[in-house]
Design a protein around this ligand. Structure first.
Ligand SMILES: NC(=O)c1ccc[n+]([C@@H]2O[C@H](COP(=O)([O-])OP(=O)(O)OC[C@H]3O[C@@H](n4cnc5c(N)ncnc54)[C@H](OP(=O)(O)O)[C@@H]3O)[C@@H](O)[C@H]2O)c1
Ligand SMILES: *[C@@H]1O[C@H](CO)[C@@H](O)[C@H](O)[C@H]1NC(C)=O
Ligand SMILES: *[C@@H]1O[C@H](CO)[C@@H](O)[C@H](O)[C@H]1NC(C)=O
Ligand SMILES: CC(=O)N[C@H]1CO[C@H](CO)[C@@H](O)[C@@H]1O
Length: 364
């Protein structure tokens, strides 16, 4: 009840503040619609987190000798995912922008009493395709096999910013960079997978994909940028991709499976600058999950024997859940796959020719 009132207050204040800004009516309406949609799916997801809290368990099996690659992870949910992977004695390769911060991770985990596992920090800005390529080449040189790829780094909302390559920043960070990274590391993942222990690709998506729509005509939202729409688009793109890639990998008969995960509604800095954090700061701290709990479904998607052979699924609170109809559309999956390959100049997904620089992203 309190929560509903909170939501309504946020919606009303937001609409007033949007209306007072000097934006076109079309933008105002679209932003207001988004605010309502997000409050709706957000509240529903919070209620689901509570109802399904008993389902958020996962085992932490010892996986000595395995290599995991994670994007982001110096804070938020990723940090807790790394902690759990270390407990499983996994070697974790952390791709982060601030490598100084990354270098301090292992020390702090050791101080917390985690004796197992190890960390290798390699610089990565996932929104810049050149950086993704350098990172991947580094990983390929050092690790002939990769067993888990966790596409975690993400940003939400924020102003319309274009990356160096000319892509809208949420699209580049949440989707495109991870598409490219998955492409570049697929040979290592294939090498690491076994019949009874497949390698896994885990995409940290969001329930926001439910309201997403892929705007092929203006993928970088140049003409009408609504932050919430761009976030939902990037998260829908991730789920579409996980599903499509999994079906391709199955056809190929390789031992790699792909999942997308909604971690829950988690109190992290991702919500910095949002209305819910600015106007009702008690809502995140009281009602959202802690990052530790948000990490559980992600680790579950990486390690749970219950998911062996069950790729192409969307995981919500450690359960296989129905993704949106759009995410399940085989036509849309294929269309986006081909569209993205063209955008990045990729001939054959997962097949890399080290001497061929034409595979580098060109600005759109
Ligand atoms: N929190 C939620 O309720 C929620 C719900 C659904 C899905 N998710 C998803 O969960 C994932 C993790 O989010 P979080 O809640 O943990 O957020 P967070 O605390 O803001 O952490 C985001 C992480 O991504 C990294 N990152 C951002 N842009 C990057 C870039 N260009 N290159 C490399 N790393 C970059 C950040 O590193 P820096 O320190 O360098 O910025 C940070 O480690 C995201 O994909 C998010 O969409 C979160
Ligand atoms: C994960 O998502 C990225 C894009 O976000 C995509 O390129 C990649 O194929 C996906 N991987 C899997 C296994 O779903
Ligand atoms: C988010 O806000 C907190 C508190 O104001 C601040 O300490 C932190 O640096 C911010 N993080 C980001 C990524 O903006
Ligand atoms: C609400 C909640 O998060 N419940 C459980 C989630 O899983 C952890 C670890 O398994 C439990 O300690 C929580 O009680």
């Amino acid at each position: 009840m309190i929560f509903l009132i909170g939501c309504s207050v946020i919606i009303v204040i937001t609409i007033i503040s949007i209306a007072r800004s000097k934006k076109s009516l079309k933008t105002i309406l679209a932003e207001a619609k988004n605010e309502i949609l997000y409050n709706f799916i957000g509240s529903r997801a919070i209620v689901q987190d509570v109802i399904m809290r008993g389902k958020n368990k996962t085992e932490l099996p010892i996986k000595c000798g395995k290599v995991a690659v994670i994007t982001g992870g110096t804070r938020g949910i990723g940090l807790e995912v790394i902690r759990m992977l270390l407990k499983c004695d996994i070697h974790v390769v952390v791709g982060c922008r601030n490598t100084q911060q990354g270098e301090m991770l292992l020390d702090s985990f050791r101080k917390d009493g985690i004796e197992k596992g190890s960390i290798d920090v390699i610089k990565l800005d996932i929104s810049v395709m050149d950086s993704v390529k350098n990172f991947a080449m580094n990983v390929r040189e050092k690790y002939p096999e990769v067993h888990y790829l966790i596409n975690n780094a993400g940003i939400m909302f924020g102003p319309h910013i274009e990356t160096r390559d000319g892509y809208e920043s949420q699209f580049a960070t949440n989707y495109l960079g991870h598409f490219f990274l998955t492409h570049l590391l697929l040979p290592q993942l294939k090498a690491g997978g076994k019949a009874k222990e497949m390698s896994r690709i885990v995409n940290v998506s969001s329930c926001a994909h439910m309201v997403g729509r892929i705007n092929f005509d203006d993928i970088n939202s140049r003409h009408n940028y609504i932050a919430g729409e761009a976030y939902a688009q990037s998260k829908l793109a991730q789920v579409l991709f996980s599903n499509y890639l999994d079906s391709q990998l199955r056809q190929e008969g390789v031992f790699v499976q792909a999942h997308s995960v909604h971690p829950g509604v988690v109190n992290t800095e991702l919500f910095n600058g949002t209305h819910v954090k600015n106007l009702t700061p008690w809502v995140p701290s009281l009602l959202f999950k802690s990052p530790e709990k948000g990490a559980i479904p992600i680790v579950h998607a990486c390690l749970s024997p219950r998911l062996e052979g069950k790729g192409g699924t969307y995981i919500h609170n450690c359960k296989i859940f129905a993704a949106s109809n759009a995410a399940m559309s085989a036509d849309l999956q294929e269309k986006l796959f081909e569209f993205t390959k063209t955008l990045l100049g990729i001939d054959k997904f997962g097949a890399i020719d080290n001497n061929n620089d034409s595979q580098m992203a060109a600005a759109v």
